[in-house]
Design a protein around this ligand. Sequence first.
Ligand SMILES: N[C@@H](CCC(=O)N[C@@H](CS)C(=O)NCC(=O)O)C(=O)O
Length: 229
Amino acid sequence: MGGKPKLYYFDGRGKMEPIRWLLAAAGVEFDEEFLETREQYEKLLQDGDLLFQQVPMVEIDGMKMVQSRAILRYIAAKYNLYGKDLKEQALIDMYVEGTTDLMGLILMYPFLSSEDKKKQLATFVEKATKRYFPVYEKVLKDHGQDFLVGNQFSWADIHLLEAILMVEEKACDTLSEFPHLQAFKAKISNIPTIKKFLEPGSQRKPVPDDRYVETVRRVFQAYHDVKAT
Ligand SMILES: N[C@@H](CCC(=O)N[C@@H](CS)C(=O)NCC(=O)O)C(=O)O
């Protein structure tokens, strides 16, 4: 059962990055195997390690887990980041699904043409500031607590901070109209495990670059155009 979790994915953000964030926030060390070649991916397929032929895959507690949401829920529950009862879990799920939808708008961004990139970026920033951030701002304002759910640090807080930083990378002044989110960002960024993850040299991945895009295309080349992020 013991041992560090091992993460199988590209050396980039994509669908693995929220899992890295969650493990890091929980203070859990993890190992990573980066997919660089088609052969590595085929070996995982041949060994029957990828239930739906997809990554992310995480080896944890004797399981080979796939499906990023299932992996995230397992880690959140295991490390007490998933609320104290079913209602808190439901709220955490709702908030996390919201931030997942928001971040989903930027997931395919590196793979788009420059014209589509412009459009997608505008949609992303518009949705962040008009649809998603106002919701979290209001939640924090209404209950007056530091954390989104149950006055306790949870997966929802970690996911929201990841989303905020992603939006700020694209449009740095997006929080200017959201004072509670500004305070939230400062507070959550200062939690020791998160602070460490935000420092250079951590396992947090940078904004996807051309090399990342090429690697993903190379690994999935034979079967897919680019059904990946
Ligand atoms: N629902 C899955 C989707 C996983 C997924 O789309 N993975 C991509 C890489 S990010 C992949 O493996 N694509 C290859 C394929 O779908 O055949 C999850 O959330 O883990």
